[in-house]
Design a protein around this ligand. Sequence first.
Ligand code: CA
Length: 236
Amino acid sequence: MTQIDPLHRVLVVEDEPAISESVSYALETEGMSVEVAYNAPEALSRVRRRPPSLVLLDVMLPGGSGLDVCREIRAFSDVPIIVLSARDAEADKVAGLELGADDYVTKPFSMRELIARVRSHIRRAARSGLMSETNEVLRGGPVEMDVDAHEVRVKGGVVPMRPKEFDLLETLMRRKDRLVTRETLLSEVWGSAYYGDTRTLDVHIRRLRHKIEQDYSNPQHLVTVRGLGYKFVDAP
Ligand code: CA
């Protein structure tokens, strides 16, 4: 069996926890890393922020059809998309393929078959060179972030980051010197379920400041924009 590169990330777009959890578990067992989006807007913002290796896309979603998500992703990305359609929804399969999906799997599906298809589409995309094999590195102030290796260096030394800290820092660094609102950060890093719980965001910002700022009580790079959000600035 060919090993799938553990850095391959699959975005599972599915609002039913029973399905998203079992699929996530199965893919992680195969050595892939998995993110879950529970609705259409969240799916789009995740693909925009950080294109995954493959999108598993359910058709029936709250806040919009998976088919619309498919069309919108195709407007800016060639990421492989597998549509999960309801049983006997022939129209969905046809529409999905016409909108640019690469494949579809009908619910209820066999996990073994789903995984086989995921692997085959990821391999195919890698072969056709759609996926960049070089590591992307973001730089700002004292921070160097190797996005694919999931490694952050501050002044050259590796600093361990929890997954949400990494995602938050990445989101801010990708928009260097620009305000990123609290709403955007919450929805892109935690998903829309966290709207309202803004303490989570502040706690993570505080942890990041401890890790990247010379003096965390007087931040020079992770700057508060009062009442609105945060921004990452290169140099004070
Ligand atoms: Ca669904």
